[in-house]
Design a protein around this ligand. Structure first.
Ligand SMILES: *Cc1c(COP(=O)(O)O)cnc(C)c1O
Length: 224
């Protein structure tokens, strides 16, 4: 794997308005430094216990994105520095992020994770849940979060039509929300969709943030 070449290739081939989040989970500091030397500044991690030491060890101009399921009791460890949380999957988690952001006097940008895949999962909002959230009185009190957009993961399948349908549906919902009057802390600027196996389809369907790990850093030796 030539990390530098991979980063450069991605950068050159992404459509305007689509940014690369280099997913460095399970990869060592050295691999991240190589990507950094190629100019990459946005990195994604899916575990708090990995994100915190990497943030401490690496240059402070890196924007760290949390992309994996986040437990409420761990929000406090990343609240001081995290740039964007892609994986907000419940109102309860959003409230905890707001609370911890207030303590460190920040407004933390967040994406709401929508459940778009066919697979059964405990995680993610439905379209209905999002509309209800924005209308709830509790949401109006959250002054330390910004809902900057949505995130979704397509079904793990080789059926490209299925993947495209799911990304397209999320883009349509994103557009619908953008056309509505929304609470002031909702900005709807980012749509996070696409990983190594499906980022091309995601980019065609209007993704603004692709989260790519193995296509840059190589296969992971163990799965998270
Ligand atoms: C691991 C991970 C990715 C990147 O996966 P690759 O297939 O290695 O590109 C993207 N998004 C999330 C949420 C992940 O956990």
């Amino acid at each position: 794997m030539n990390i530098k070449n991979n980063i450069n290739n991605f950068r050159q081939n992404l459509p305007a308005g689509c940014e690369l989040v280099a997913v460095s989970k399970t990869k060592p500091i050295e691999a991240i430094k190589e990507a950094y030397a190629a100019g990459q500044r946005v990195f994604g991690e899916n575990k708090v216990q990995e994100l915190v030491p990497k943030h401490e060890a690496l240059p402070k101009d890196i924007a760290w994105h949390m992309i994996g399921h986040l437990q409420s009791n761990k929000v406090k460890y990343i609240a001081p520095f995290v740039s964007l949380i892609h994986s907000v999957d419940s109102a309860k988690l959003l409230e905890e992020i707001n609370k911890q952001a207030a303590k460190v006097n920040r407004i933390i940008p967040c994406l709401l994770q929508l459940h778009i895949a066919e697979e059964e999962t405990k995680f993610g909002f439905s379209e209905d849940d999002v509309q209800k959230l924005f209308q709830s009185p509790e949401f109006q009190n959250l002054q330390h979060i910004e809902v900057r957009g949505l995130m979704g993961m397509a079904t793990l399948t080789t059926d490209e039509a299925q993947i495209r349908k799911e990304f397209h549906g999320l883009r349509m919902f994103f557009n619908t929300l953008k056309s509505l009057p929304l609470p002031p802390q909702v900005t709807m600027e980012e749509l996070s969709m696409g990983m190594s196996s499906d980022y091309k389809i995601a980019a065609e369907e209007g993704s603004t943030l692709i989260r790519v790990g193995s296509a840059i850093f190589g296969e992971r030796t163990y799965q998270h």
